[in-house]
Design a protein around this ligand. Structure first.
Ligand SMILES: [Zn+2]
Ligand SMILES: [Zn+2]
Length: 260
């Protein structure tokens, strides 16, 4: 069983628990390592990121806890950045490269808020071309290949968040498949790590982790480096569905690595 998690949210962004509550919960699970990755600030929407004026407090709080708990669990201080966010401060232990937004004209479109937002954007900006939005999304994900700070890629196919419980939007068309394969290849070549992300399971949005089994199969066949993360937003979700994620990794011969 995996005893680490590097995708963890707290009350500093949109999590329910304090960092210390998350650490205590991880210790109770027998975890050896816990990495914090609250959302980096975006200047176009502040709804669920660490406010600009609290970033320093976020870092100093976690550095203090890193020291306090040093003999019980290894703590790492990171941020989950967004491709359209303002540049994040350097000097943290690691950064997750995620895409929660794409920009069309002067409008920012949120990728994981609701399927209605995606459908409206596809109608308004893509003339109904679903694959067009997917291509823009995966191009932005692929741009992390050039970011030297990014340790791993967050929820690679996030746009499929609603496709298990609603009418599926993104189907395995040739263009959709080509879009994610191009991004995956570029990121694998750049040596980036991917995550199997169980976050949407604990929040009742999905019954399987990100990414799809087609993508897992591709990762396995292409030797992608992968970690398992819960993207937890609450202390009771730190190891959510890790057994399911591990079984999938085994099924597709995934190269599981550790971040630290
Ligand atoms: Zn995210
Ligand atoms: Zn996250």
């Amino acid at each position: 069983m995996i005893k680490s998690n590097y995708h963890t949210h707290t009350v500093f962004s949109d999590g329910k628990n304090t960092p210390e509550e998350m650490i205590e919960a991880a210790i109770n699970l027998g975890f050896e390592k816990l990495g914090f990755s609250d959302h980096a600030y975006t200047d176009f929407y502040g709804g669920w990121s660490v406010p600009k004026d609290r970033l320093e407090e976020y870092v100093t709080t976690l550095r203090r806890l890193q020291e306090k708990y040093a003999d019980r669990i290894k703590i790492y201080v990171g941020l989950e950045q967004d491709a359209l966010a303002i540049p994040v401060p350097t000097g943290l232990d690691y950064y997750i490269g995620s895409v929660h937004w794409i920009k069309k004209g002067d409008r920012y479109i949120e990728m994981d808020h609701s399927q209605e937002i995606l459908r409206d954007a596809i109608r308004d900006f893509y003339n109904g071309d679903v694959d067009g939005l997917a291509e823009d999304y995966f191009d932005l994900v692929a741009s992390y290949a050039e970011d030297p700070h990014v340790g791993f890629i967050g929820h690679f196919d996030l746009i499929t968040k609603f496709d298990e419980k609603q009418l599926p939007l993104f189907l395995p068309t040739p263009r959709y498949t080509a879009a994610w394969q191009k991004a995956a290849k570029k990121l694998i070549d750049a040596g980036k790590i991917f995550e199997i992300n169980t976050g949407a399971i604990s929040r009742g949005r999905r019954i399987t982790p990100y990414p799809s089994e087609e993508i897992l199969k591709f990762w396995g066949e292409h030797g992608a480096k992968v970690i398992i993360c819960s993207d937890c937003h609450a202390a009771d979700a730190i190891d959510c569905a890790f057994d399911q994620a591990e079984a999938l990794a085994k099924k597709y011969n995934i190269n599981l690595v550790d971040l630290f």
